[in-house]
Design a protein around this ligand. Structure first.
Ligand code: DAH
Length: 355
């Protein structure tokens, strides 16, 4: 019997056995691998006498095809059987009851912060953050707030140590200092976040939210401040025109300083923003005091600009018709279900997260 026939018969009978995938792959490489039995027969062709070479090559090809097809057939059969077994085992039971899930709501304050951030980012402001626990320097001294200023009083500020060095920030203004200390001008940022004061009644909560704004460049003036705030308020309240007034005021970190009121009226028990002859204070602002710029190593003869601080909770209450500030922080799920926002069904003017 020729070598070829021996190989063929031996493997055909091997392949009749009950083989698993690993065994079949082993046979495949024993025959067709680099030094496999069939592969080595191919290498022999050149050494065979010319008269027999043609027949040898033709027999070899036939045997190779036969064994190759048989092995692949067996491999396919096993793979099919595996899939069928899996399908059988992993059947989905569509009669099972669905798993219950609870969809959360976005808190009106978070929603308002997102809206404010997207409006300002559209006009070139980036968003900065600072820590709730601040040092005395960033919160007061660097902001040109003298030692005897009433805001520094225990009645107003939550101090975290006896030396009054660490405190819960009383406003977001220290983020101005942090931003200017870590970078070089120009600056154009807003900084939303939590702020704390020792105060609690229907319109004050010991923890509340502010957004700080700061724009410093070579020739930024009060006109820019007015334009920017006017744009923001119109966008935020979704009105085409807004009645707005700047009232002279005092903040240690701005000169001149102003408070901004917007016009409103009550019609059929509902508040209408932007019209009417009543005024509502919504923010403080001004041109950044040269002393503040000096404290952060920005040259006030070369750079100037404006800053503002807006109470976020007040804006959220006005826009979404919420009348008790304390409800914001009560963590009452029924309240949140009513006033919260569906994360997948956001208001029409929502422009997406900008942070
Ligand atoms: N930090 C002030 C406050 O909490 C608000 C404020 C007023 C911020 C004027 C400013 C500003 O940046 O320029 O009452």
């Amino acid at each position: 019997m020729s070598d070829l026939k021996k190989i063929r018969d031996e493997f055909i009978s091997k392949l009749k056995g009950n083989l698993d995938l690993a065994e079949l792959n082993k046979i495949k490489s024993d025959l067709f691998g680099k030094n496999g039995l069939v592969s080595s027969q191919f290498k022999k062709i050149g050494t065979i006498d010319v008269t027999e070479r043609k027949k040898f090559a033709s027999d070899l090809n036939i045997i190779k095809d036969e064994l190759h097809d048989l092995i692949n057939l067996k491999i396919n059969e096993i793979e099919k059987a595996n899939i069928n077994e899996k399908l059988e085992k992993e059947k989905i039971d569509v009669t099972l009851p669905e798993r219950s899930f609870v969809k959360g709501k976005i808190h009106p304050v978070s929603q308002t912060i997102d809206e404010i951030s997207s409006i300002f980012s559209e006009i070139g402001f980036s968003v900065e953050e600072g820590p709730d626990v601040e040092n005395e320097y960033n919160n007061f001294t660097a902001l040109n707030t003298p030692d005897n200023h009433p805001a520094r009083d225990m009645h107003d500020t939550f101090y975290l140590d006896d030396k009054k060095e660490r405190l819960l920030r009383t406003h977001t203004s220290p983020v101005q200092i942090r931003t200017m200390l870590k970078d070089k001008p120009p600056f154009k940022i807003i900084a939303p976040g939590r702020t704390y004061r020792s105060d609690s009644d229907q319109t004050h909560s010991p923890m509340f939210h502010q957004v700080e704004g700061l724009h410093i460049d070579k020739d930024i003036n009060m006109g820019h401040l007015k334009g920017c705030l006017n744009y923001f308020i119109k966008e935020f309240f979704e009105v085409k025109k807004i009645k707005m007034r700047f009232r002279p005021s005092h903040f240690p970190f701005t000169e001149p300083s102003a408070e901004v009121d917007i016009g409103y009226e009550i019609k059929d028990g509902k508040i209408i923003i932007g019209e009417g002859d009543q005024w509502l204070e919504i923010l403080g602002c001004g041109m950044v005091h040269p002393n503040v710029l000096k404290n952060v190593k920005v040259d006030p003869t070369k750079f100037q600009g404006y800053a503002f601080g807006i109470g976020i909770d007040r804006l959220a209450m006005l826009k979404y018709g919420i009348n008790d500030l304390r409800a914001f922080f009560d963590c009452d799920y029924r309240w949140l279900n009513h006033f919260g926002f569906d994360p997948l069904d956001v208001p029409t003017n929502y422009r997406g997260l900008s942070r």
